[in-house]
Design a protein around this ligand. Structure first.
Ligand code: GDP
Ligand code: IMO
Ligand code: MG
Length: 428
């Protein structure tokens, strides 16, 4: 068997959580391979809303095993809050949630450093979620980090203290920010005790064996490809490889084990935090997209910046990821627009092109738009793909043609069941 992948093709929040939850019952194992609690994946089932930050979105499906891979950075404090949220919702999960021994730990001082580093940047700040993601990955690549497997070491406290001392020295370089370290530290150690009741494993062996045993595995991406550390809008990115290549390093799976790569894109586009966004509509259209789409961050509650779908941007992320099928979400958000636009080309340095420049931050881009007639119809009430208004079909057909990739699913509401199979679902 192969590992199928679900990942975001834009700047995050494409609706990955909903699609992972929907497809999870076709799999035996769902794994997160990168990112950390900067992610906020929303799932709506039976009228109840769940937001997951670290725990994979397969957890709401009974009997499915969920794995937090080595590529993830894990904050025990947030993780335990999520565990309690699941407990209080009556979801049994403790015997089907495994964590890789090699998953890196987010310490309270990583969050402290994140806050101080952002504060020092002033107007140039990334708009980080302040969950300690950047500093934790810096310690990982700097070979200073602490990992889940280290918790069981008798020297864990000593290693913790050494890293904390190093952080406190670094913090002297930054402006003072409010942070109650003592309180956070005691919450951290309490949370460590609680997550120690879960199974820690060398998940690379476990997954290798699972593949040999013909188990079906789904890898769940966090963030979006435009936030990838290498290919995103650097430096306004996150600190991990959010693209399909990250599945190999984030789970210990070889490239030839990757099967379908399912890219999720909204029918428009959003971004939260700073950085370039060529098709942003910083105007009444953007505001309407935000209010119709309830575009406020699932992790930080910040209003998301909104704009039209960007074809050159999507072609780029489809290329980088080797996307085999696209899922379009939130089509219903466009219900009430007279005209819908798509950015179909860029113009810069007096040239028309559909290639992204080296540096979207400093390149002055003019976006060329195509206009589509809106459908002005409440499509969340439509019960089959065929019954969608003609204008919606035309919009999706045009997207598929421009992207040169099959659109296999179309989502028309936050609820699990609000989804149309556009074609017989490819290879799943
Ligand atoms: P993720 O980070 O990619 O999992 O996405 P988020 O959960 O951060 O943001 C997506 C938001 O859109 C959530 O509030 C979802 O409940 C919601 N959502 C997902 N699919 C649809 C859809 O098709 N229509 C509408 N209206 N909302 C959706
Ligand atoms: P999901 O998985 C949207 C953004 C932040 C900031 C930048 C760096 O829910 O799609 P970080 O905290 O990683 O240092 O922030 O990346 N960002 C996200 N934006 N969705 C996410 O995750 C994000 N995770 C990080 O807003 O601009
Ligand atoms: Mg999100």
């Amino acid at each position: 068997m192969k590992v199928d992948v679900i990942l975001g093709l834009q700047w995050g929040d494409e609706g990955k959580g909903k699609i992972v939850d929907f497809l999870a019952d076709r799999y035996d194992i769902v794994c997160r391979f990168q990112g950390g609690p900067n992610a906020g994946h929303t799932i709506k089932v039976d009228g109840k809303k769940y937001v997951l930050h670290t725990i994979p979105s397969g957890i709401l499906r009974p009997n499915i095993l969920n794995i937090i891979g080595n590529g993830v950075v894990l904050d025990p404090i947030t993780m335990v809050k999520e565990m309690h949220m699941l407990d209080s919702s009556g979801i049994e999960f403790r015997n089907r949630l495994y964590i890789s021994n090699k998953t890196h730990l987010i310490l309270p001082t990583h969050r402290y450093l994140d806050a101080a580093s952002e504060a020092s940047k002033g107007h140039a700040k990334i708009g980080s979620t302040l969950k300690g993601i950047g500093p934790t990955y810096m310690d990982k690549t700097g070979r200073n980090g602490l990992r889940i497997g280290d918790i069981k070491s008798k020297n864990f406290r000593v290693h913790y203290q050494n890293l904390k001392d190093k952080h406190l020295k670094l913090l002297k370089l930054y402006p003072e920010v409010e942070f109650n370290l003592e309180e956070q530290e005691s919450a951290f150690f309490e949370a460590i005790d609680e997550i120690s009741t879960l199974t820690f494993l060398n998940t690379e062996y476990f997954l290798h064996k699972a593949l040999q045993d013909n188990k079906r595995i789904l890898a769940e991406g966090a963030q979006g490809s435009m936030l990838d550390i290498d290919f995103g809008t650097y430096p306004f990115v996150t600190s991990s490889n959010t693209i399909s290549a990250g599945v190999c390093s984030g789970l210990g799976i070889s490239p030839n084990s990757i099967g379908e790569v399912i890219g999720i894109a909204k029918a428009y586009c959003t971004r939260v935090g700073s950085g370039p966004f060529p098709t942003e509509q910083d105007n009444a259209i953007g505001e309407k997209l935000r209010s119709e789409g309830a575009e406020f961050g699932a992790t930080t509650g910040r209003p998301r910046r909104c704009g039209w779908i960007d074809i050159p941007q999507l072609k780029y992320t489809i290329m980088i990821n080797g996307v085999t099928q696209v899922v379009i979400t939130k089509l219903d958000v466009l219900d009430d627009f007279d005209t819908i636009q798509t950015g179909h080309n860029y113009k810069y340095h007096d040239q028309l092109t559909d290639e992204l420049p080296f540096d979207l931050v400093d390149t002055d881009i003019e976006v060329m738009y195509n206009d589509f007639k809106g459908w002005k119809h409440t499509i969340s009430k439509v019960d089959s793909y065929e019954k969608l208004p003609d204008e919606a079909h035309k919009y999706l057909d045009a997207l598929e043609k421009s992207l040169n990739t099959k659109i296999s699913l179309v989502s028309t509401g936050p609820e699990r069941e609000k989804l149309f199979h556009r074609t017989s679902f490819l290879n799943l």
